[in-house]
Design a protein around this ligand. Structure first.
Ligand SMILES: [Zn+2]
Length: 319
């Protein structure tokens, strides 16, 4: 039986909304895959989160008049949240008023349906694995390369969510304990080497696009920066491939927009760093859904949250 869900992706500049129709909570054959029905965008604004609730609810009302009703809504947020209370906690790209704001319940009240929160990179992962670049695949690793490195993993058809949605931080694998400091407080994470700002710093350029263009034109410093990023990123992806044997690794975000200039050397480097895995067993591919992925994934999560099980694991924390 099909059901429709609303997804909202809260960003620093805009909130994107999507309505998705899906028939189940597992990867299905092409005829059963979720369908994107509509998307729209509303400015996030610089005010308090209560105003964002009102703006999103007003925009959703128009969207749902044409494409509803929906059974539930999912909201992708750019950071950490407490699933038990529905409060947003650490959202580095949003004003300080979001820290501790009980975002879920007022929005659920205005929309009139249950709301589930999800980290935006996990929402991207779910969207790409259900109807994007890894549609139909059972085990998938996703990375978004932007100002940070986010992502997530789908294992045997299920998004690995973890308590408060914090599992799947693929960008915070330590690949060099003596490496540069990372925003998470650790050193030498994939993010500290492979995010856009790190690559720009190495190359002395303003944007990842400028770095790749300069490398293509033969600039030695830019070429070295791209090689360094590819090498570090490949170690992180090779670790994930070796542990999980995914069918696909999906790479999206601003840095991934470089296309084959990134992907061709990356595929070679991952294969070299993952000798236990048959290179024919997996593909490394660009993301397919573009900027709507977060809202699509949040909508899918609204439908899948109930099936994902309890917030904490069955054996509980060790004492
Ligand atoms: Zn880190």
């Amino acid at each position: 039986m099909t059901a429709r869900h609303l997804g909202v992706d809260v960003g620093g500049t805009n909130c994107k909304l999507a309505v998705v129709e899906s028939a189940g909570d597992r990867p299905g054959p092409p005829g059963d895959r979720p369908r994107l029905l509509a998307t729209t965008t509303v400015p996030t604004g610089s005010g308090d989160p209560g105003e964002v609730v009102e703006r999103v609810a007003a925009e959703a009302a128009g969207l749902l008049a044409a494409h509803g009703p929906v059974a539930a809504a999912g909201v992708g947020v750019p950071g950490l949240f407490d699933e038990a209370t529905g409060r947003t906690l650490l959202l580095p790209n949003l004003p300080a008023a979001w820290a501790g704001y009980r975002f879920r319940d007022p929005l659920a009240g205005r929309l009139g349906v249950p709301v589930a929160l999800i980290n935006d990179a996990r929402a991207f992962t779910l969207a790409e694995s259900r109807l994007g670049a890894a549609a139909g695949c059972s085990t998938v690793v996703c990375l978004t390369l932007g100002t940070g490195v986010g992502g997530g993993v789908v294992v045997d058809g299920r998004l690995r969510f973890g308590p408060h949605g914090r599992a799947g931080e693929v960008g915070h694998q330590v690949i060099d304990p003596d490496g540069p400091p990372c925003g998470c407080g650790n050193r030498g994470c994939v993010e500290a080497f492979a995010a856009g700002p790190a690559m720009c710093r190495l190359a002395g350029r303003d944007s990842p696009e400028a770095v790749f263009a300069a490398a293509a034109a033969g600039d030695p410093r830019a070429e070295a920066a791209v090689q360094a990023v590819v090498g570090r990123l490949a170690v992180g992806i090779a670790n994930l491939v070796t542990v999980l044997w995914p069918e696909r690794v999906v790479v999206g975000g601003g840095v991934a927009a470089a296309g084959e200039r990134l992907f061709a050397p990356l595929r070679r480097a991952v294969a070299a760093s993952a000798p236990l895995v048959d290179p024919a067993a997996y593909e490394i591919v660009p993301a397919a859904l573009g900027p709507a992925a977060g809202a699509i994934g949040a909508a899918l999560w609204a439908g899948e949250r109930a099936a994902a099980g309890p917030v904490t694991g069955g054996c509980g924390p060790r004492r």
